[in-house]
Design a protein around this ligand. Sequence first.
Ligand SMILES: Nc1ncnc2c1ncn2[C@@H]1O[C@H](COP(=O)(O)OP(=O)(O)OP(=O)(O)O)[C@@H](O)[C@H]1O
Length: 249
Amino acid sequence: MEAVLQVRQLNKRYRNGRGVRNVNLEVRRGDIYGLCGPNGSGKTTVLKLATGLGRADSGEVLLFGDDIRERFEPAMRRVGCMVEAADAYEYMSGYDNLKLSARLYPGLKPSRIDEVLELVGLARYAREKAGGYSLGMKQRLALAMTLLHDPELIILDEPANGLDIEGTVELRELIVNLAAHRGTTFLISSHMLDEMERLCSRIGLMYGGALVREGSIGELTSGVRLEQAYLSEIRKAKEQEGIRDDRSV
Ligand SMILES: Nc1ncnc2c1ncn2[C@@H]1O[C@H](COP(=O)(O)OP(=O)(O)OP(=O)(O)O)[C@@H](O)[C@H]1O
């Protein structure tokens, strides 16, 4: 399967000494790829570097085979991003927020706004002010913005954060539907391992700024829960670093 995103030997060190190191990952066409790990493990940093929102110290990011340092704009036209996304304007309706975002994409048909509202289940509330939306509705509006230009790859940073059970299930169904019916590829970061196990076809496990394991759900779990597989990878990583850990993980 064609590689849609390739991250090679990516390094970024913030001034406080934290960041990510030697990250290699590959998202292939049709994947729902889950970048998993606890808070602070480096997921957002990887997503920011992969989408040009931050600059790596070293390493390469290829989107659709092109190095983003050389062909950033053409590559990003094929990507939808919800990474540190700007909030919607609260005093404007959902529809008007989308109309404003649509100006970023010359040639976009106005009917596309109605289509994405329908897709994310906000059509009924399109004329209401975004300020009155629930957190779940605001998340759906942000997702609608990423869908406007019908991207081939959608990158979402912790999209289920703050959603209730119903909202989480709806989000999962939306992602699965887009992947199945439009062939959209997803890269999603989350610390919710159970949800990622249900949703994703491939997983990358991050710990302490490094990608400690990558593989299909089947390869990673083979008979155990993802949570268990993750804890065992962390233990191995700690052993390699020579860190003693007496907890039985
Ligand atoms: N702008 C920044 N300046 C300094 N340190 C940062 C910055 N952004 C992230 N870090 C540090 O880099 C490490 C990785 O953070 P990152 O936000 O990528 O992790 P994460 O897995 O996405 O966590 P979370 O789920 O909490 O967002 C953390 O230790 C964090 O404190």
